[in-house]
Design a protein around this ligand. Structure first.
Ligand code: NAP
Length: 490
């Protein structure tokens, strides 16, 4: 079965649903009505918020900013949204915005190729083929769990799970759990795990910087005030501009980064009285280089009698003994990997073939790259959301996605009027990437730590936008056809 559509969107998380909502709303006007499908490999919407259901999962960007500006929600229960509340929000968006007829669940894309003669994308899933004028990748950057290769893991007979594939049927009450990693996921999970497991050993390869979180429920009076759309808009703007003030920290501006360092140090000193433990929890790289974590209960959880901090990596498994890089041996019944995602090398890029059959993964062999962080030379009418240099270390990902949606809609308007496929010239992409690389050079993200923000092979800052969030919108939120009007070089 081959289905003709104007736009095929891959992924039903924040980015894919956001585009779906914008397309659906503009379809009310016949002149801009595009047919579209959202292809989703799972059986529900939500992306990372559907997949990550480990105890304690939440977002560290405030609710009123980490939601669509075009679909605000008056009754967020807390300053920070829980994973479950976000998932419910996204489900409600899909339902109430009329996206259900456009969603194709259980349809993982297995191949997508540009048909030059037809000027269409041929997108294949196990269920159908779609001939689409425009292909939009909205697969996310935190969608493919990464488990490090650990010698002897195959010989471990207990359950092994990644935080993004949580199994809540596992009986943990009597279990000795090995928790690998101390990133954003581990820091949220540990307090919950320590409450229910017999023992938890935390394998910390690098100590994270942690600052206070200060979450709280909104009061009845606040909730009442937030029924007013203008009040929600004011709160949203206040949270956004407060977050923007953190960017100079990422540039290493001495006063700004000093204030952030002090906040993390004071938090450590206040919450970890034991100097030996505190030393083990003190990072040895510049603050902000990896994601700065927000938690009020991670350090207290580490000091519970049933929790051990192993201040080195998990190196190998010797049947049920987890052997650390330090040589220490820990008996475990269950292993939990909070070890992140394949963010810099998205497997989806292997499935996409553009003009002349070139694979997106090959075009990205030196790290992900795109013009306007959204369009890629050699891949006509392809738009990549939440991909190269479109994430942030200091503000809301949803804001970035919305700027990209405006770009895509502008491109669709242009395509509707002109008819010719859109392919960004190579020199435009090169110049954009060179500007990104130059801006990235002086940021804290390239100050020498390892993180998923940086492409492991090229050392390029491939994931993050090296600027203020509002400058991303200024630079990339408006489609400009002029830049496409030069001959395409191969
Ligand atoms: P992550 O930030 O990539 O952290 C992975 C952790 O695993 C790191 O601590 C890493 O250590 C560690 N690790 C890898 N191999 C190891 C080994 N053999 N032994 C010990 N440790 C090992 O992954 P994540 O925590 O899942 O977070 C990923 C991203 O998801 C976050 O940065 C954030 O953007 C998002 N997230 C957000 C929230 C939120 O509140 N908004 C919550 C959860 C996740 P090294 O540091 O030494 O590499």
């Amino acid at each position: 079965m081959t289905v003709e559509v104007d736009v095929a969107i891959v992924g039903a998380g924040f980015a894919g649903l956001g585009l779906g909502i914008r397309l659906k709303r503009r379809a009310a006007d016949e002149r801009t009505a595009e047919s579209f499908v959202i292809l989703e490999r799972a059986d529900d919407v939500g992306g990372t918020w559907r997949d990550n259901v480990y105890p304690g999962v939440a977002c560290d960007i405030p609710s009123h900013l980490y939601s669509y500006s075009f679909r605000t929600k008056p009754d967020w229960s807390h300053v920070y949204p829980s994973g479950a509340e976000l998932q419910e929000y996204l489900r409600e968006c899909a339902r109430e915005e009329g996206l259900l007829p456009h969603l194709r669940f259980g349809e993982p894309v297995t191949d997508a190729r540009w048909l030059a003669n037809d000027e269409r994308w041929l997108v294949t899933t196990p269920v159908a083929q779609y001939r689409a004028r425009v292909l939009v990748s909205a697969v996310g950057r935190l969608s493919e769990p990464r488990i490090p290769s650990i010698d002897g893991l195959g010989g471990f007979r207990g359950p092994v799970m990644h935080t993004a594939a949580w199994d809540d049927t596992l009986p943990l009450a009597d279990a000795r759990v090995g928790l690998v990693g101390t990133g954003a996921s581990a820091v949220q999970l540990l307090p919950e795990l320590a409450r229910c497991a017999r023992h938890v050993t935390v394998f910390q390869r690098s100590a994270p910087y942690v600052v206070p979180r200060g979450d709280r429920a909104y009061s009845a009076a606040e909730l009442d005030e937030l029924t007013d759309a203008a009040a929600r808009q004011r709160l949203r703007e206040q949270i956004f501009w407060d977050a923007e003030t953190a960017f100079p920290q990422r540039l290493g501006v001495p006063e700004a980064i000093g204030e952030l360092r002090d906040r993390a140090r004071t938090h450590r000193e206040t919450q970890v009285p034991d100097p030996v433990l505190r030393a083990a929890l003190t990072p040895d790289y510049e603050i902000g280089c990896k994601r700065v974590l927000l938690s009020d209960d991670f350090y207290p959880a580490l000091q519970r009698p049933n929790v051990t901090l192993e201040a080195s990596a998990l190196k190998r498994m010797d049947v049920s003994t987890a052997v650390a890089e330090s040589g220490a041996r820990h008996e475990v019944d269950v292993l939990v990997f909070a070890t992140g995602f394949h963010a810099t090398r998205p497997p989806f890029a292997d499935l996409v073939a553009g003009r002349d059959g070139i694979r997106l993964a090959d075009h990205w062999s030196d790290g992900m790259r795109a013009y306007a962080s959204t369009v890629v030379h050699g891949f006509p009418n392809l738009f990549v959301l939440d991909g190269p240099n479109a994430s942030l270390g200091h503000n809301s990902a949803v804001y970035m996605i919305e700027a990209q949606l405006d770009y895509v809609l502008g491109a669709l308007d242009h395509l509707g009027a002109s008819g010719d496929p859109l392919e960004i010239p190579l020199d435009a992409e090169d110049a954009y990437v060179a500007a990104i690389d130059a801006a990235a050079r002086d940021t804290v993200w390239l100050s020498g730590c390892t993180s998923w923000y940086v492409d492991e092979r090229s050392g390029r800052l491939a994931l993050l936008w090296p600027g203020y969030a509002h400058t991303f919108r200024e630079r990339n939120g408006t489609f400009d056809p002029a830049v496409y009007r030069v001959p395409v070089a191969s």
